[in-house]
Write a protein that binds this ligand. Structure first.
Ligand SMILES: [Zn+2]
Length: 264
């Protein structure tokens, strides 16, 4: 094992998964256990999805040892990457797979939410389809509950089916403590310090509906999942700043009576 002779002839096929995981652009993938890959049950149905299935599987599990020409090798290599991706989607919803992806999520490997108010919330990779070749991988932000395109073109070309539509939701069901509290903060359009009338009216209406919903949840004893201590935060902000004394009339037009009373 330590001598050079044993390594030399198998450079290409040896430790294929290590190579794959370490390759630039493959940061979103975790390493699939050998045990998982060698259990045929886990691979059910994939033989019809992947060209040169057996060769590809041999390559992924480091037992591919036949001589083939470069074109063929390239084909098998491509199939191996596709096979790995398809198995990956199944693996990451297993207990072991979830734990590995959770670690990567904690480290911020999948990037951070570009939305300012999400304060660099870590993202999770996800697919919009469970069948390959429909759309590329997207990133899910558990704070704003929206999805984003990866910043790097390398990540942007990964098939979303290699992560699937359920993984990110399963992860938060298994690790509910990782789910960030929902924020009530949002961007407020302004013109020279004054809230834009139409959007302010709409936001006020939406906030009233939200309070009603929270009250209904409270009555039923259900957790709304919002951040603590955020009540009225937006209101305070809009009363303190830019708008000077003398502008109370305009301010009143935009504010609910309760919020104004609370600030004074
Ligand atoms: Zn976000």
């Amino acid at each position: 094992m330590d001598d050079f002779a044993s390594d030399t002839d198998s450079d290409y096929t040896s430790y294929w998964r290590d190579w794959f995981i370490a390759a630039r652009g493959n940061e979103y993938f975790c390493e699939i256990d050998e045990d998982y890959l060698t259990d045929r049950f886990n691979l059910t149905g994939l033989n019809t999805e992947v060209q040169y299935y057996q060769y590809a599987l041999d390559l992924v599990t480091d037992v591919f040892d036949i001589e083939v020409d470069d074109d063929m090798r390239e084909q098998i290599e491509k199939s191996a990457r596709h096979l790995y991706g398809l198995v990956h989607a199944r693996y990451i919803v297993t207990t072991r797979g979830l734990a590995k992806m959770m670690e990567k999520y904690k480290q911020g490997v999948f990037g951070r939410c570009p939305r300012v108010i999400c304060s660099s919330q870590h993202l999770l990779p996800m697919g919009q389809h469970d069948t390959p070749s429909h759309s590329n991988v997207k990133l899910y932000c558990p704070k704003c509950e929206d999805i984003y395109n990866p910043k790097s073109s390398r990540h942007n070309s990964i098939d979303g089916a290699y992560f699937g539509t359920s993984f990110h939701n399963i992860l938060f069901q298994v690790y509910p403590a990782l789910l960030p509290p929902k924020t009530q903060r949002r961007y407020e359009p302004r013109l020279y310090g004054f809230r834009v009338h139409a959007s302010a009216a709409l936001m006020r209406w939406q906030e009233e509906r939200r309070e009603e919903m929270k009250e209904r949840l409270r009555v039923k004893g259900l957790e709304a999942g919002f951040e603590e201590g955020e009540e009225g935060e937006g209101g305070e902000e809009s009363e303190d700043d830019e708008v000077g004394d003398g502008q109370d009339g305009i301010d009143d037009m935009f504010e609910g009576g309760g919020a104004v009373a609370a600030a004074h």
